[in-house]
Design a protein around this ligand. Structure first.
Ligand SMILES: Nc1ncnc2c1ncn2[C@@H]1O[C@H](COP(=O)(O)OP(=O)(O)OP(=O)(O)O)[C@@H](O)[C@H]1O
Length: 627
């Protein structure tokens, strides 16, 4: 995939509607208890934290003032009957309220912290595992596009972005609403005129935030894409390290990563540039609000009601105002962080659901037949196939691709060997991948035991077919683990027996830790021939009635080739076997040989028949054997 080309994934991502609402309905609803407890506890913690400044103001006027400035002790929401008489009793009453509210805040902060964390991390876990399961279910054509970097970003960055959003942003937004709402209510109840002065900056703050959110959204999306492109580049560079070194292209590769990194730097700066304007702007507005309250309130206390204002202001109310102004500045200053987190969570949720929405075409029907043990009868009826156009790859939509297999037909009776030969790119591997339903036929049908493969459960089809591919992949783990991919419940003896059958036992025993030797990432610590034999042992263990051997003897020395060939002969005994081989000597005994050219069968028959006909096969044979 070229880095600028729009992928199928991009298209589905762009179509995701209301990603955050969807996040809540898909992942939030099943865990609503934690969410509700968290939100409620947060609400109570914030509300309790507003009590001390109000109590302080009331106590200042009623308990600590003397003479004419002393007023009666009055508290919002507290009936007068509950308030004790006398300064000393009122002092202790105030202290109890203040300590009580701090304790309440502490307890509920703890509860909301735990619940919010649990909620957010459970969602993150679910997003990660669902996304990985979805990836495993996606059609092969999705991976042909090699969007590994993008996909890895979903599992790493996006899941944790969502966690941060659910944990911090959500709880901080609630805190903001409670603070601004609660403080406005208290201030208006105490002195509505001064409250107007204090809160006059709020609409400006809202307007600034609104503008910020609108202009930053597209920049965020660009930045996320730049992150993904950078990841893809780095992964490609490291994945191809051998090629990079052998072709002396370190500088070229470094330059490409540096370009991607610069792109990431540039898009990040675009985001930050806006934040530079927004954050100080917010601070300024909050500071203005504080200064205006101080100016008007102070003047009122010192001189009397300023022009346009009427009534009285007590020192206690003034102190409550000053404290409260301070309190709402902090959550408001958080708005930019909240906005940041909401924006990046929105982009992340789009990617998570973009992945979830990619259709999977190779699926099981509801009434799929479970093929317990196949007899090994395989038939191709007029099979044609085209790979999807690169840019249209969406996991199976093959519109627009060029056909690589045309009207391929043959029958393989149980136990027979069918060989596919032909020049490179003729379509041999593709033809056999269709049998495993790694790709879906575009036309015609492939039948196993008379069942169209599309009517079978995928698991039962694939368990009945043993597949040894051109490049053998091993997972990081021990040799025994890798052989067990053939059958996970196999005991140690069965694993050894399979390895012996594949003539792998001897070299495995010589390894420092025998079957427990770790093979390294992709099996790099083993030679090509060793990997190949482990792959064969895997198939021996699987013991399937049908075999697909895609050039199983390529890229090994003659001695290893002989060992592998002996194992293959043993393996194919009594099984329907499909072999792809460039070396024709390995297919002379095949019951039928199909010669493919540009996806079409141009000759068919056994070795003798094909030699006698003097066609393409005969000339290939002559070229290889010199006869
Ligand atoms: N995943 C893919 N996506 C798109 N086109 C592909 C893909 N895999 C193979 N092709 C194309 O399909 C054609 C057949 O490839 P295939 O690998 O089946 O040939 P082959 O006969 O097995 O070749 P070889 O002998 O070199 O392995 C080639 O033109 C190839 O470029």
């Amino acid at each position: 995939m070229s880095l600028t080309e729009e992928s199928a994934f991009d298209r589905y991502r762009a179509q995701v509607e209301r990603p955050l609402a969807r996040l809540f309905s898909v992942y939030g609803t099943p865990r609503w208890t934690w969410l509700t407890v968290g939100l409620l506890a947060n609400l109570l913690a914030q509300a309790a934290s507003l009590v001390p400044p109000v109590v302080l103001g009331a106590a200042l006027d009623a308990v600590f003032s003397r003479g004419e400035s002393e007023t009666a002790y009055q508290l919002l929401f507290v009936p007068d009957a509950w308030i004790p008489a006398g300064d000393e009793a009122q002092f202790w009453f105030s202290l109890a309220l203040i300590v009580g509210s701090f304790l309440t805040t502490a307890v509920f902060t703890w509860i909301y912290g735990v619940s919010a964390n649990l909620f957010a991390h459970e969602v993150m876990h679910a997003v990660r595992t669902d996304s990985f399961e979805k990836l495993l279910a996606l059609d092969m054509s999705f991976f042909d596009d090699k969007q590994t970097g993008e996909v890895m970003a979903i599992l790493n960055n996006d899941a944790s972005n969502l966690e941060a959003f659910l944990d911090n942003a959500l709880m901080n937004s609630l805190r903001l609403v409670v603070m601004v709402g609660g403080i406005s209510f208290i201030l208006f109840s105490l002195n509505w005129q001064l409250a107007v002065v204090t809160l006059v900056a709020v609409p400006a703050i809202v307007a600034l935030t609104w503008w910020f959110m609108r202009v930053i959204a597209p920049r965020y999306r660009e930045r996320q894409s730049a992150v993904a492109r950078f990841n893809t580049r780095v992964e490609n560079g490291i994945g191809g390290i051998e090629l990079t070194k052998t072709t002396d292209s370190e500088q070229y590769e470094a330059k490409r990563v540096s370009d991607a990194s610069h792109d990431l730097f540039r898009t990040t700066m675009e985001v930050l540039k806006l934040s530079y304007l927004y954050r100080p702007g917010m601070e300024l507005l909050a500071g203005l609000s504080f200064a205006a309250t101080f100016l008007v309130g102070g003047y009122w206390l010192l001189v009397g009601a300023p022009p346009g204002f009427s009534g009285s202001l007590t020192a206690g109310t003034f102190v409550t105002f000053i404290f409260m102004t301070q309190r709402f500045v902090a959550p408001l200053a958080e708005v930019s962080n909240i906005v940041d987190q909401i924006q990046s969570a929105r982009a992340s949720a789009e990617r998570v659901f973009g992945l979830a929405d990619i259709p999977v075409h190779i699926t099981e029907r509801d009434d799929a037949v479970d093929l317990s043990t196949s007899t090994g009868r395989v038939a191709y009826d007029d099979v044609s196939f085209a790979y999807a156009d690169r840019t249209q790859t969406d996991g199976g939509d093959q519109a627009g691709g060029t056909a690589v297999i045309h009207d391929l037909s043959f029958d393989a009776a149980p136990g027979e060997t069918v060989a596919l030969v032909g020049e490179t790119g003729a379509g041999k591997s593709t033809a056999l991948k269709l049998l495993l339903r790694l790709y879906e036929v575009t036309d015609g049908a492939i039948r196993v035991d008379g069942h169209d493969v599309r009517e079978l459960t995928l698991g039962s089809l694939r368990r009945n077919v043993g597949y040894v591919s051109q490049d053998t992949f091993l997972f990081d783990g021990t040799i025994a683990d890798n052989i067990r991919y053939g059958r996970f419940d196999a005991g140690d003896d069965a694993v050894r027996e399979a390895a012996r059958a594949a003539e792998a036992d001897e070299f495995i025993e010589r390894m420092p830790e025998g079957y427990d030797t770790r093979v390294g990432e992709r099996g790099v610590k083993l030679s090509g021939g060793q990997r190949q034999r482990i792959a064969l042992a895997r198939v021996f263990l699987q013991d399937p009635p049908i075999l697909v051997l895609d050039e199983a003897t390529s890229a090994v020395d003659t001695e290893t080739e002989r060992a592998i060939q002996r194992s293959l002969d043993r393996l194919s005994e009594g099984r329907t076997t499909f072999v792809i081989a460039h070396r024709l000597s390995t297919v002379v005994d095949a019951d039928e040989i199909l010669v493919l050219e540009d996806g079409r069968v141009i000759e068919r028959g056994n070795h003798e028949v094909l030699l006698d006909s003097g066609g393409k096969y005969a000339s290939l044979w002559a070229a290889q054997t010199g006869n």
